[in-house]
Write a protein that binds this ligand. Structure first.
Ligand code: SAM
Length: 277
């Protein structure tokens, strides 16, 4: 079979994966959802023909969007994930014994259903008793909650469609208000190669609202450019000041105490994106 999935990652760049089998395809009220079995990355979820997660590289993204922030906070008990309907972030969050409740707010029920059916390695924690799954808009959810979460993780699609508002200053203000007095948040903030206007804008907005804003990096082969950015806004704790010799042993494949430290080391072409302007 010579069938290929092709994502247009920028107007001038594609990534192609050879497809062994198309496992699922549907048009949901929000997006076009597909699950492929690919030769290189194993099963892969796409939304509107954009790769969301694959069995082969999902651990990088899910470990890095969760543990860096969770380990920066001394006692995260209530954690919110916005988006993330595949369940990978939640799977990592409940590795932390301090977490009493992980709330997942995903706008599209079809993503959760498909992940449960086709990506059990990723969605396996969604039925854990500590996990609450809500199908609603994350923008509305943070508006309606005040002083409620120790950590908020924005595991969103790219800034198009229902995710546009998840990248704006009004949303970050609501995130600030939904966090407890020493809370922090982490958002996936796209490619430092291809989103060179977006990242400085996000950093500025987060810096205007939170006492501390910083950016860190991880390598995710299926995302545009391979190098991915995460932005953290924190009311109190600085993730760069964590005593990494005292971090818990978490059974991870990418995240480690040393990676926690080095993730904040930014190559000059990325550092220039986060400088005060
Ligand atoms: N790791 C992924 C990436 O960076 O490509 C993100 C994966 S996760 C599947 C993204 C999810 O965010 C999607 O399932 C999408 O439905 C959800 N989403 C988008 N906008 C949302 C909103 N406003 N509220 C809640 N969920 C949203």
């Amino acid at each position: 079979m010579n069938c290929w999935f092709t994502e247009l990652q920028t107007p001038d760049l594609t990534i192609g994966c050879r497809v062994r089998k198309i496992l699922h395809h549907e048009v949901t009220p929000f997006q076009r959802l597909a699950v492929y079995d690919t030769a290189q990355f194993g099963r892969m979820l796409t939304l509107d023909d954009v790769i969301q997660t694959t069995i082969a590289d999902e651990f990088v993204y899910h470990e890095m969007i969760t543990h860096v922030g969770l380990n920066a906070h001394p006692n995260p008990r209530r954690v919110l994930v916005i988006g993330g309907g595949d369940g990978g972030a939640v799977r990592e969050i409940i590795k932390h014994p301090s977490v009493e409740k992980a709330t997942l707010v995903e706008i599209d029920a079809a993503v959760i259903k498909a992940a449960k059916e086709y990506l059990p390695e990723i969605s396996c924690a969604l039925d854990d008793p500590r996990v609450e799954v809500l199908v609603e808009d994350g923008i509305k959810h943070v508006k309606e909650h005040r002083d409620n979460y120790d950590m908020i993780i924005v595991d969103s699609t790219d800034p198009v469609g229902p995710a546009v508002g998840l990248f704006g200053a009004d949303f970050y203000r609501d995130v600030f208000a939904a966090l407890t007095a020493d809370g922090l948040f982490v958002a996936q903030t796209e490619s430092p190669f291809f989103n060179r206007d977006l990242i400085p804008r996000i950093i500025k907005d987060v810096r205007d609202i939170f006492p501390l804003a910083c950016l860190y990096l991880a390598c995710v082969p299926t995302y545009p450019g391979g190098l991915w950015s995460f932005t953290m806004g924190s009311k109190k704790y600085d993730p760069r000041q964590v005593d990494v010799t005292a971090l818990p042993d978490l059974a991870t494949r990418y995240y480690s105490p040393a990676v926690h430290q080095t993730a904040f080391v930014l190559p000059p072409f990325v550092a220039e994106l986060v400088q005060e302007r």
